[in-house]
Design a protein around this ligand. Structure first.
Ligand code: ATP
Ligand code: MG
Length: 565
């Protein structure tokens, strides 16, 4: 309870200035329509793909809003469309929401559980003269939909109630083929809002449903089904994305005209878009099915499971959702802001390590051949309480090949003949030269160490400008490291008539096979996040790594590309 209160307080601060909360406050205030009621929201994914970062925003808004008001949030699979078995997606959706840190308790539902109730409400509308069976086919319906100046038409609109009742029941009994007729709400053929021009609320579809099988051959349309689902679950506030704004009059119409067990209120917020990626399940599925990525959890994907594998933490994603806030206008958020949120979290929590991605050997010629020293170093200099670890040092180590230049450029402060640098936490060494192969590539760098500088300090106070990272060549693990960048070269790969597949970035994945990582990496839990010093944040790829083969994903580089505007 105490923890709950703390959460609420934190949320209150973060989510102040949130128009959704203003609406809810009005609703529960004295005299408001929900006075005294428990705030009840829901997250209603269609189980036809994996959740993405856009869904995370919706999840955050739905669950954190309920939390703020000490209310409840349901998880509902929106499966009113008959599709193939999607158990994989259902399980993955649950896993992702739990991973983000939210819970629906025992309130897990399928919209298909309400098919019978929806059918009953449809009969109610027909009996009230508020719905009719229409025999226009899709093409004719399109033709008769009218325009802003001309109302729509249906020759079936004034069909007697009895006749519609009979036809609708026979539709349910499977007497008619797909598309032969529909049930339409009788609202306003001249409405300026085309969603109100006698919208179709039921269609015939002889298709197997993954939960109800062949029980139904008519299926409710989203605009009719959704308010009923909400009402059946006692939802008070149905939070959804902006594209449903023009459907709200229909949502309200359905609730007003059926004997609804509750009167939920729909509130819309802006969809999240992020640059250089796509955010629709259909497009993400195409990337998977056409083999452009290794799966839904490819670390380049904006899916929750992809971000998780990339090394994102629940805290970083929640913090991102908090900070982007809610708005009434769709906008695109910079990918670098998502990365900024991750960096922020990992800077605080990640275990520091040394790893060399492009190794060359450094031989310390005046260091004894068979000697090994141990150094104790902090796991996270920001948090001494995170403890320390032991690293080893011997005559040979690996350094990054670009930390040596035979001929330095101006201001280059790393290794070049005659120059001193600090091997992080170990010794100051002075470069004495290098060895090259017949093509002129440097194969080994030579240096001499100063035994007086153990730990990296110079007792005489002389300045050593450069500090480089290194890995003991007698004690390391070999690793494959995967570097990721934008999946698409175009910031908006799917706007207008662009085909997003034309903008795939051929360099979105770079694999380095010969990386050398500090041996202490083996002592960590598999899901530990690391900062490879000077390089970035990395995590072990739990899927492709095994005891003999370490694979690391670069989660994010160290340099913050996010510029506050
Ligand atoms: P997609 O086009 O990716 O399939 P969708 O809206 O069809 O998206 P649903 O599974 O129906 O996906 O979405 C479940 C909930 O998540 C809905 O309430 C929807 O509004 C919300 N949602 C989906 N995409 C986003 C997004 N990009 N930003 C914010 N909310 C989103
Ligand atoms: Mg959808």
């Amino acid at each position: 309870m105490a923890e709950n209160n703390l959460n609420n307080k934190a949320n209150e601060e973060v989510m102040s200035g949130n128009f959704i909360h203003t609406f809810i406050d009005e609703d529960i205030a004295e005299g408001g329509q929900y006075e005294g009621k428990t705030v009840h929201t829901r997250f209603p994914p269609e189980p036809n793909g994996y959740l993405h970062i856009g869904h995370a925003k919706a999840i955050y808004i739905d669950f954190a809003t309920a939390e703020k008001y000490n209310g409840m949030c349901n998880l509902r699979m929106d499966d009113t469309n008959p599709t193939k078995e999607d158990v994989e997606y259902v399980d993955a959706i649950k896993e992702d929401i739990h991973w983000l840190g939210f819970d629906w308790d025992d309130r897990f539902y399928y919209a298909s559980e309400y098919f019978e109730a929806m059918y009953g409400f449809a009969l109610e509308l027909i009996e009230k003269g508020l719905a009719y069976v229409c025999e226009l086919n899709a093409e004719e319906m399109q033709k008769f939909r009218g325009d802003l100046k001309t109302p729509a038409q249906s020759p079936y609109r004034d069909r007697p109630i009895e006749e519609s009742l009979d036809l609708f029941k026979r539709m349910r009994n499977g007497e008619f083929p797909d598309g032969a007729m529909t049930l339409r709400a009788k609202i306003d053929l001249a409405s300026g809002n085309f969603n109100m021009r006698d919208p179709v609320i039921y269609r015939i579809n002889h298709m197997n449903h993954h939960r109800t099988g062949n029980e139904w051959c008519i299926y409710p349309m989203y605009d009719f089904a959704h308010p009923i689902e909400d009402a059946m679950e006692g939802i008070t506030h149905s939070l959804c994305t902006l594209e449903f704004e023009s459907h709200r009059p229909l949502y309200d119409w359905v609730i007003e005209n059926i004997s609804a067990p509750a009167k939920p209120r729909q509130i819309e917020f802006a969809r999240l878009g992020i640059n250089n990626t796509v955010m629709s399940k259909r497009k993400l599925r195409a990337l998977v099915e056409e083999g452009h990525v290794s799966g839904w959890d490819d670390p380049r994907m904006p899916t929750i499971c992809g971000l998780r594998r990339r090394g994102y933490t629940p805290r970083s994603i929640r913090s991102f959702c908090e900070q982007i806030g809610v708005a009434k206008v769709n906008s695109t958020v910079e990918y670098s802001f998502l990365e900024h949120c991750l960096r922020d979290d990992l800077n605080d929590t990640a275990q520091r390590l040394m790893g060399v991605l492009h190794p060359i050997k450094l031989v310390i010629t005046n260091y004894p051949e068979d000697k090994t020293e141990e150094f104790t170093v902090e796991n996270n200099p920001n948090h001494p309480e995170d403890g320390s670890r032991t690293i080893t040092f011997s005559r040979e180590c690996y350094i990054e090949c670009d930390d040596f230049l035979e001929v330095p450029f101006k201001k280059y402060q790393r290794l070049y003949p005659g120059n001193e640098v600090r091997l992080k936490s170990a010794y100051v060494v002075k470069c004495t030269g290098c060895e090259k192969d017949e093509d002129g590539n440097v194969t080994t760098v030579f240096a001499e160490y100063d035994p007086e500088t153990r730990g990296g300090d110079t007792p005489d106070g002389r300045k050593v400008r450069g500090t480089i990272h290194w890995v003991d060549a007698n004690n390391y693990v070999d690793a494959e490291v995967r570097l990721y960048s934008n999946l698409f070269t175009d910031p908006e790969p799917d706007t207008g008539d662009k085909n997003f597949l034309d903008y795939l970035n051929p360099e979105s994945l770079v694999v380095l096979n010969n990386c050398k990582i500090e041996a202490s990496v083996k002592n960590n839990e598999r899901d530990t996040k690391f900062q490879f010093m000077r390089l970035g944040y990395f995590c072990l790829d739990n899927k492709d790594s095994n005891e003999d083969h370490f694979v690391f994903n670069r989660s994010v580089s160290l340099k913050d590309g996010f510029k506050k505007k």
